[in-house]
Design a protein. Structure first.
Length: 301
């Protein structure tokens, strides 16, 4: 395989040697970390970079905005000063979240204005993630033009990390209604999944995910909250409207859940992970992995 371009807000002494073994490039978050690991990184022949903070982001959500005041992620132009630290060959910024190419264009203008003095001395620039290049209306020709023009203008290698773009709109979380309860005129479908365990981004951001065959709340249509099966009082979201009344046993299918569901799930209070499977039009459903209470138990002892 190909070695990684690695970044972390901080590295640990016990892990740095292994990390360098599998890295071609590494971006440090601060001068302190750079100085601490400069010698060992140079010995491994790994290209050294610094994460910078342009103090500009189009992200509308503070949870995903690494440029908010007081951010711990990356160094500002003022902090970096006028001289590039010894050993640094690249700069790394990550400011976007599910963004289009116009957002990248805006960030690049600020990046060049604040850090352009270093570009003649650099070998590479990593523009991070958040580029939703697989979205249907993403302007890919404009994106490509931006990268080509930047590379030509500044004579550096350009790297991007469009992680979620590879799994965008590619997976579903399939749940079953266990019960339907009503309180103060609000009907809640109790599911065999959990927002806090299996869809934490929905609560953290927050955002209301799409459900197959449902819409946001519509007057005159059967309308429900969806409730998770954990003990957390806030483990619910809503409302959604359907064409018919729901009942226990009905399937509720959440769209676009594979990318953050798979990496952020927890087994809070012993709630089981969803099974992982692949469905194809030709062969139907194939189970890949199944979880049980033993997985939760074995993590703790």
């Amino acid at each position: 395989g190909v070695k990684a371009h690695t970044y972390s807000p901080a590295f640990e002494d016990s892990q740095i040697a292994d990390i360098l073994k599998y890295s071609s490039h590494i971006s440090f978050n601060s001068i302190n970390q750079l100085r601490k690991y400069l010698e060992i990184t140079s010995q491994h022949g790994v290209s050294i970079g610094l994460r910078v903070n342009p103090e500009f982001s189009d992200s509308p959500y503070d949870l995903y905005n690494p440029c908010q005041p007081g951010s711990r992620l990356g160094m500002t132009a003022e902090q970096l000063g006028d001289a590039l630290p010894q050993g640094v060959e690249g700069l790394h910024f990550h400011t976007l979240f599910e963004a289009d190419s116009r957002a990248l264009e805006n960030v690049l203008a600020v990046f060049v204005k604040k850090f352009g003095r270093f570009l003649p001395k650099l070998k590479w620039v990593n523009m991070g993630g958040g580029h939703l290049i697989t979205k249907k209306d993403y302007d890919r020709p404009h994106f490509i033009k931006l990268l080509i023009n930047f590379k030509k203008a500044h004579h550096v290698e350009v790297r991007i990390e469009p992680g979620s773009a590879f799994t965008y709109r590619s997976g579903y979380l399939v749940s079953t209604i266990l019960d339907i309860v009503e309180n103060s005129g609000i009907k809640t479908a109790i599911l065999d999944v959990s927002f806090t365990c299996h869809m934490p981004d929905c609560l953290e951001m927050p955002y209301q995910p799409a459900i197959l065959g449902a819409t946001t709340e519509r007057a005159g249509k059967p309308t429900y909250r969806m409730g998770g099966m954990s003990c957390l009082a806030g483990d619910f979201m809503g409302n959604w409207s359907f064409d018919r009344e729901l009942k226990p046993g009905d399937r509720i299918i959440f769209n676009d859940m594979i990318h953050y569901t798979t990496v952020k799930t927890t087994m809070f209070n012993g709630i089981c992970h969803p099974c992982i499977g692949i469905w194809s039009e030709n062969s139907g459903f194939r189970l890949i992995k199944e979880f049980s209470y033993e997985d939760y138990k074995n993590r703790l002892s």
